[in-house]
Design a protein around this ligand. Structure first.
Ligand code: ZN
Ligand code: ZN
Length: 236
C-alpha cells in the first residue's frame, strides 16, 4: 500500500492533474483551479425550460420545439467556454469531467420526475469524427450515463457533414441541419430519451435530433447540454 501511494505521487509529479478549464497543473483531486472557479457562470433556477437560460436572461419567447425541455449547468462564457474549447478543439476529453458532474446535478434537479430509458449523444458525421477522433457529446453522454445509472445508446447517425452551426447566422441554422440525421434500431417505443450535446445556441440541432427520435417512436425527448449561449435580441 505504501509503495502504491509513493508511485501515485511520483506519477502525479510526471503527469500532474490539470484544470479542466485552463489546463494549468492543479492539486490532486481537484477539477478546476482557483483562478477559474469564480469565472464559471453557473445557471441557477428558476430556468426557462425552452432555452435553458435563467428566466431573467430568457429571450426565446417560449417557442415550442420537438425537445420537451432543455437544461444546462453553465453559460457558454468564461471558464466553461475555455473547457468546451479544450474538449472540442484541443483533444482534451478529460475536460468533460467537470461538465458530467454538473450536468448530472442539473438533470437531477430539472428532470427529477422523469424516468429515462436511455441517454443519447448528438452524433458527428463520419468525416468530423475522423478529424476529431472522438465525439465530445458522446464523451459527455457516457460520463453522464455512468453517474445517473441510465443506459447509454448511440441511436442517431449524422448522414452528411454540415457547416459548423457556430459559423452560420441564427436564421440559417435550422436549414443547415434539416434532414441530416437518421435513427438506428433501438429507439424506445413510447419511451423517454435524454439527449446530450456540448452546447446549445439556437437549439436547431437538438430540435432536429428530437424530431427524428420521435418519428422513430420516442414519446418524449429532454435535452441537457454542458453549456448554453445567451442569445442577443439581434441573433433571433
Ligand atoms: Zn484553471
Ligand atoms: Zn427561454
Amino acid at each position: 500500500m505504501v509503495k502504491r501511494s509513493i508511485l501515485k505521487r511520483f506519477l502525479a509529479l510526471l503527469y500532474p492533474e490539470r484544470c479542466c478549464c485552463c489546463g494549468r497543473p492543479i492539486i490532486c483531486g481537484k477539477l478546476i483551479c482557483e483562478a477559474c472557479r469564480p469565472k464559471l457562470k453557473l445557471i441557477k433556477p428558476p430556468v426557462c425550460s425552452f432555452c435553458a437560460c435563467m428566466v431573467q436572461h430568457c429571450r426565446c419567447n417560449k417557442r415550442q420545439r420537438h425537445t420537451n425541455s432543455c437544461a444546462a449547468p453553465f453559460y457558454f462564457e468564461g471558464a466553461a467556454q475555455s473547457a468546451i474549447y479544450r474538449l472540442k478543439f484541443k483533444g482534451k476529453a478529460c475536460a468533460a469531467e467537470i461538465f458530467c458532474l454538473a450536468m448530472a446535478h442539473t438533470v437531477r434537479r430539472e428532470y427529477a420526475d422523469i424516468d429515462f430509458d436511455c441517454i443519447v449523444p448528438v452524433p458527428l458525421s463520419r468525416d468530423a469524427l475522423r478529424k476529431r477522433r472522438y465525439n465530445q457529446s458522446a464523451v459527455l453522454a457516457k460520463g453522464l450515463a455512468d453517474l445517473l445509472d441510465i443506459p447509454y445508446a448511440e441511436l442517431l447517425n449524422k448522414q452528411q457533414t454540415t457547416i459548423p452551426q457556430r459559423e452560420l447566422p441564427a436564421y440559417r441554422r435550422s436549414g443547415n441541419v434539416l434532414g441530416v440525421f437518421d435513427a438506428t434500431d433501438g429507439v424506445p417505443e413510447g419511451g423517454s430519451v435524454l439527449l446530450v450535446d456540448d452546447t446549445v445556441t439556437t437549439g436547431s440541432t437538438l430540435d432536429e435530433c428530437a424530431k427524428i427520435l420521435k418519428l422513430y417512436g420516442a414519446q418524449a425527448v429532454y435535452a441537457v447540454t454542458a453549456t448554453v449561449s445567451r442569445l442577443s435580441n439581434q441573433s433571433l
